[in-house]
Design a binder for this molecule. Structure first.
Ligand code: ZN
Length: 291
């Protein structure tokens, strides 16, 4: 995919990477001291708690001050030029903003740009600790898209989802969750899940498939920048991150009830619907549940 030109002043970015961006002046913030980690591991040993969660809490407690530095520190332009993946992510974010903002205006729904959060290996989010193993994710409570740019090396080498369009697809999928937050779909789904816990997983799958469809709509509306092979790459990425593929890779037999993102076939299908129609109204993945 050919990258669009973008103005860093028009996108919202936060950077938790200590290194390349020169984010933490004075070398102070960003890293949890070794003593802190030892204490957390000791607490976890004696209480049986998940060390990652404890670390997340501790980091949040320690880093109120760091975050302020981060916001006043490195410029968005610097954060976006740390490496190739950062530049891509910023360009995709700008393009996604430009694609979706007018649609919200037309629909009369208030629009707010999401915040792209870069981190390296581990970071903090409004939804708890961010860790590379989780892959890119969206946090509704701070409307942040979280990306560990190191994750993409992993994604291309281990999962076989190579290429720039695969990364664009992942970004557009997370942006899809932001759309669901703004439209109120996410809140409706959470209510339906608490009313009917048995359908909780099925509803979550529909959320994921809709985000895939929205990613396809974005790609369709920016097809002037699509290059040969991009679509296959995106469909390949949709396959590589399907729950059944991930479960098989983890040595488990896929069990449909355990799927939270949908099968690879479902994800490919909804990405394809978005790509072929370019119309977000076609992304009604909940239709069959309404009967
Ligand atoms: Zn998702």
């Amino acid at each position: 995919m050919r990258l669009n030109k973008f103005n860093p002043a028009n996108i919202r970015v936060r950077d938790q990477r200590g290194g390349g961006g020169g984010r933490f002046p004075g070398g102070g913030g960003g890293k949890l001291g070794i003593v802190g980690i030892v204490i957390v591991l000791a607490i976890a040993y004696f209480t049986g708690a998940d060390p990652a969660q404890l670390l997340g809490g501790l980091e949040q407690a320690q880093h109120g001050q760091t975050q302020q530095q981060a916001q006043g520190g490195t410029s968005v332009a610097e954060s976006c030029s740390v490496n190739q993946y950062s530049t891509e992510a910023c360009a995709h974010l700008a393009s996604l903003d430009e694609t979706w903002e007018p649609k919200f205006r037309e629909a009369g729904i208030a629009f707010q740009q999401p915040i792209l959060n870069f981190y390296s290996q581990s970071g903090q989010s409004g939804c708890g600790a961010a860790q590379s193993a989780m892959g890119p994710f969206y946090c509704p409570s701070d409307q942040g898209i979280y990306i560990d740019t190191d994750f993409y090396n992993e994604m291309s080498s281990r999962m076989g989802a190579k290429g720039d369009f695969a990364r664009a697809y992942v970004m557009a999928h997370e942006y899809g969750h932001h759309i669901q937050t703004l439209t109120g779909t996410a809140a409706q789904v959470r209510q339906a899940q608490s009313r009917n816990p048995d359908a909780s997983n099925a509803l979550q799958v529909r959320m994921e498939l809709q985000a895939d469809c929205y990613a396809g709509v974005w790609a369709a509306l920016n097809s002037d920048r699509i290059e040969p092979g991009d679509i296959e790459e995106g469909l390949g990425a949709a396959h590589a991150v399907g729950d059944d593929t991930l479960m098989e890779a983890a040595g488990r037999r896929p069990v449909e009830a355990a799927f939270t993102h949908g099968s690879s076939a479902q994800r490919r299908e909804w990405l394809r619907i978005g790509l072929e129609t370019g119309d977000e109204d076609q992304c009604d993945t909940f239709a069959d549940l309404r009967g």
